[in-house]
Write a protein that binds this ligand. Sequence first.
Ligand SMILES: Nc1ncnc2c1ncn2[C@@H]1O[C@H](COP(=O)(O)OP(=O)(O)O)[C@@H](O)[C@H]1O
Ligand SMILES: CC(=O)N[C@@H](CCC(=O)OP(=O)(O)O)C(=O)O
Length: 263
Amino acid sequence: MQALHIIKIGGNVIDNSENLHRFLKDFTALEGYKILIHGGGKVATQIGESMGIEAQMVDGRRITDIDTLRIVTMVYGGLINKNIVAQLQRYGTNAIGLTGADGDFIRAKKRPVKTIDYGFVGDLHEASINPGNIAKLLDSGFTPVFCALTHDGEGQMLNTNADTIASALAVALSALYETTLIYSFEKKGVLMDVNDDDSLIRDIDPERYEKLKAEKIIHSGMLPKLDNAFNAIGMGVKAVIIGHSDDLGQLKNKKGFGTRLSK
Ligand SMILES: Nc1ncnc2c1ncn2[C@@H]1O[C@H](COP(=O)(O)OP(=O)(O)O)[C@@H](O)[C@H]1O
Ligand SMILES: CC(=O)N[C@@H](CCC(=O)OP(=O)(O)O)C(=O)O
């Protein structure tokens, strides 16, 4: 089986142009099939605020009313996606920027209203991704760059968390490729002390995850990231790594970096 790297880049890296450029150069240097996924929640919040629209988050998910959907479609699918694609082209990666609607690559279902109405937020399901379609792109020499947008197949764009898209792509594509999923962000990995990069936890299994959660050592944005990551490793993805965007080059050197998940 051919190797595939699926890499999700965090919001704080997108926000820091030096870190972003370093990452995009290292991403270009990574050989073989690869896919990049980005969000950009912070930028969407800032641009929304400048237009008088306050962000509302519940459990790390954005309540997406029609005005917010317009903003995230412009910001994720336009501003951020096209800038990343242009920079990748400059460094020599033949990137193609996509939402889930393009090529019908990622379909989602609008999240049903229970106690909270999330608005135009899309949940992924088993049939969301057709790996054969994405394989055609990869085989044609393109490097897909997906943003945090999906569609429902009936003309409606939906906002979908980028960590979840990365995990679902990794699961679907592990049927065709030996897939490694990497969450690249602004810290060395999962840390014992979130403010101390020397406190890296090198390995986590589900049992340790439960303990670290109970002790509140893992919290906020790291919780959905690890939930997505453990879901991927349980469903055929070969390896999941959570690490610093500056350390992607270590992958090429076959050295370990960041936090590695085990079953
Ligand atoms: N134990 C931990 N180790 C590292 N980061 C943690 C930990 N617990 C919580 N976090 C927080 O999780 C954040 C990453 O989640 P998030 O902001 O959603 O990531 P991203 O930018 O990739 O979308 C970190 O910036 C950090 O503040
Ligand atoms: C439904 C939902 O919450 N979608 C996310 C999508 C962006 C994202 O995931 O951005 P980061 O990776 O930078 O956090 C949002 O709008 O914030």
